[in-house]
Design a protein around this ligand. Structure first.
Ligand code: TXA
Ligand code: MG
Length: 335
């Protein structure tokens, strides 16, 4: 299949392809997504095929406004508060489905479904043009870092999907926060730009963070099905390091190793430019650059090991460290 490259001017074309049951990659403020009509099983199947995604990993449904999701789920008072506070934005909310309203292909057999209303205006315009909620998993091949540019999507999906809508690099750089609102205890299943503190401030009750506990064994049905798979992993070896160990790291590096770090840490390391990827100066810039750097070095043949600086676990730093730990398979540089 010839993959069409579309711009933000081609929203109607993207909508028409989605309506016709085709798969179209679209921008969001977090990462690029892989869209297909969520009410059309044949279209949803194509998404699993394009991503090579395990069938028991449920898909997010992406909508342009809250009215679009009311036929599918029961919205609790608390869930509605979150929508008012954080939508449009980088929060995915899991709610109980109304009986028989969502395809098994989307839910993976669960009695719940995840909804997201992205901040990116092109995303919402494409969904409006399609006229239906679209499934929206990240537009990477399963197991690869999520795409933060249309070029990343092209790399993974070229020839496998109908079109890609290019809206430049994404702002956030990691996937949305996922919160399960289907039980009495609001539970974070994936950390993102919307933090535990922000969620607790709106809900006025404790929010449990399931990602700070140990990982789930692969033989049980986990709470967040996606958590049991090795995610965000490049083919190269990735090792995390602490800024305090920068000098020790410097003395062990070979010419085949590369380092992704913030500017003040890179200043300590004094490496040739070809061996470094700047994560800028803020937590936000580091998060925005993480997947792009991992993907770049993964494609550079001579690179052996990618060392990546950890961030303080505050604000979006938690989401950053969560994705980095997965990419590194928890491997850490120690002196
Ligand atoms: O930022 C994002 O959320 C991006 C952009 C494209 O919108 N999308 C995204 O989708 O990251 P995906 O499918 O790659 O990740 C969704 C995660 C998966 O780990 C999945 O297992 C989990 O959410 N999930 C989806 N539905 C669920 C449900 N009903 N219960 C528990 N976890 C669910
Ligand atoms: Mg994903």
């Amino acid at each position: 299949m010839e993959t069409e490259l579309l711009t933000t001017q081609d929203v109607q074309r993207a909508g028409a392809l989605l309506k016709a049951g085709e798969v179209v990659a679209f921008p969001t403020e977090t990462v690029y997504g892989l869209g297909a009509d969520a009410t059309n099983d044949a279209a949803v199947k194509k998404v699993f095929l394009a991503k090579n995604r395990p069938a028991d990993n449920p898909l997010i449904m992406t909508v342009a406004d809250v009215e679009q999701l009311t036929p599918f789920v029961t919205i609790s008072e608390a869930a509605r508060q979150l929508m008012t506070a954080f939508w449009p934005g980088s929060l995915t909310i899991i709610m109980p489905i109304k009986p028989d309203q969502v395809s098994m292909l989307v839910t993976g057999g669960l009695q719940t479904v995840a909804f997201r209303l992205p901040a990116n205006e092109t995303a919402r315009a494409v969904i409006r043009a399609a006229g239906v909620p679209i499934v929206g998993p990240s537009a990477n091949t399963s197991g690869k870092p999520s795409p933060t540019t249309a070029q990343h999507v092209w790399h993974d999906m070229q020839g496998r999907i109908a079109a890609i809508v290019d809206d430049g690099p994404t702002e956030v750089g990691v996937e949305s926060t996922v919160i399960d609102m289907s039980t009495d205890t609001p539970t974070i299943l994936r950390p993102g730009a919307v933090t535990q503190q922000q969620l607790e401030a709106v809900l006025q009750q404790p929010v449990f963070d399931a990602t700070s506990t140990t990982s789930v064994a692969s033989h049980v049905t986990p709470k967040a099905p996606g958590m049991k798979y090795r995610h965000y992993a490049p083919d190269k070896t990735v090792v995390m390091f602490d800024r305090l160990d920068a000098l020790a790291l410097r003395s062990t590096l070979t010419a085949q190793d590369v380092v992704m770090a913030q500017d003040d840490t890179l200043a300590i390391l004094q490496l040739p430019m070809t061996q470094t990827w700047s994560l800028g100066e803020t937590l936000e810039s580091a998060t925005e650059q993480l997947f792009a750097g991992l993907r770049f070095y993964d494609e550079t043949p001579e690179v052996a090991t990618i060392y990546v600086e950890k961030m303080p676990p505050i604000g979006i730093g938690k989401a950053y460290n969560n994705r980095l730990a997965k990419a590194a398979g928890n491997q850490e540089f120690t002196i």
